[in-house]
Write a new protein. Structure first.
Length: 366
């Protein structure tokens, strides 16, 4: 197996690898790379938060629905996984296809499609969080289309990196993009959403404590109600308390998941800013590759190896070789001036006869 040189597919193999510091400085000045990486970080932030908290959130929503009965977490996780898988299988190739179609008409189509995907996913994500406690099918449908628009970005962001970064620095750029997008995206978003949900839960619990205390006082003072209360009433009361706890969990997690909507808007703005610089950065990259290709064509290719260096003990032989070279040069000069060597005198007549038989206008060399 032969490993082709870096950049050969684009007709440029003259680019040389530079130091790590120079690569970092180059990437820092590449605005399209920086802005698209920030936008893609917002995508991974939302995807990671939904993958972690989505099934739990929907389970709480189903629990507090009227007539929902017992809800199994495993069933909700399975349905959520199927919805997420289908949205990815359709969204990723759909984004690539849309970019190829619209790129012909508009050079800024790639970042614009990414921005459209994030901004279109924002209201769908908000509606899915609101309808989770009212209608299950509507919630899953909204989540499907929200993730479908969100998944338009994955293939396009990788393509943006490839045509805005020169071949010898693409591996470093890809490594930085993966590191930054996941470190500040899906690696920390579930933890951040959980912390905010816990803090909101404390605030909401304090708000509900007053109502719970007032209800408990009224029940205790009503002794006749306590005497006639049977076991079924206690069971219903226990279920009501469980629903109250699920409602508190649902509400706190709902408010914290609204952060993903703001992050999606922020990511859309980053991709809109990328569209401002994408053409200039692509042209700059193409010029560097084209210039290196022209320089490679101009340089002559010589198959003659380097002359061996003479050793210290070869001074005599080197002088002899130089003498032979002088003799050869004198022979050539004498031949070009028309003077023949003694050994060639006998063959001069034969050469003259051959020259007379040659066609005019053609010059041959011995």
């Amino acid at each position: 197996m032969i490993d082709p040189p870096r950049g050969q597919s684009e007709g440029s193999t003259a680019l040389k690898a530079t130091s790590y510091k120079e690569d970092v400085v180059y990437l820092r000045k590449n605005k399209s790379f920086i802005l698209s990486t920030l936008g893609f970080t917002c995508v991974t932030f939302v995807a990671g938060a939904l993958a972690w908290w989505g099934p739990i959130f929907i389970t709480y929503g189903l629990t507090i629905q009227d007539g929902a009965g017992h809800v199994e977490m495993s069933d909700v996780s399975l349905k959520f996984g199927v919805v997420t898988m289908l949205s990815g299988l359709i969204g990723v190739p759909l984004g690539s296809y849309a970019a190829q179609k619209f790129r012909i008409r508009n050079g800024r189509a790639d970042p614009l499609i990414c921005a459209f995907g994030l901004l279109a996913s924002t209201p769908l994500m908000f509606l899915a969080a609101v309808t989770a406690q009212y209608h299950t099918v509507a919630c899953f449908t909204l989540i499907f289309f929200a993730e479908l628009f969100l998944n338009l970005n994955w293939s396009i962001v990788a393509d943006i990196l490839l045509y805005t970064v020169i071949p010898t620095r693409r591996s470093t750029a890809e490594a930085f993009q993966i590191l930054l997008s996941h470190a500040f995206g899906d690696a920390g978003s579930p933890y951040l959403i959980g912390i905010i949900s816990d803090e909101l839960k404390k605030v909401l619990r304090q708000k509900n404590e007053t109502e719970i205390t007032m209800n408990a006082t009224s029940i205790i003072t009503n002794s006749s109600l306590l005497q006639t209360m049977n076991f079924e009433d206690m069971s219903c009361n226990s279920t009501h308390i469980s629903n109250e706890s699920a409602a508190l969990e649902f509400q706190s997690l709902q408010y914290s998941l609204f952060i993903t909507c703001f992050v999606e808007v922020l990511g859309g703005l980053f991709f809109l800013m990328t569209a401002w610089y994408i053409i200039s950065d692509k042209n700059k990259c193409d010029r560097i590759i084209a210039t290196s290709s022209e320089e490679e064509k101009v340089q002559p290719s010589s198959k003659i190896g380097p002359m061996p260096l003479a050793k210290k003990g070869d001074s005599k032989s080197s002088s002899t070789d130089s003498g032979l070279q002088m003799e050869e040069s004198s022979v050539i000069s004498e031949t070009t001036s028309g003077q023949l060597m003694p050994d060639e005198a006998s063959s001069s007549q034969t050469d003259d006869d051959e020259e007379d038989s040659r066609p005019p206008g053609r010059i041959t060399y011995p």
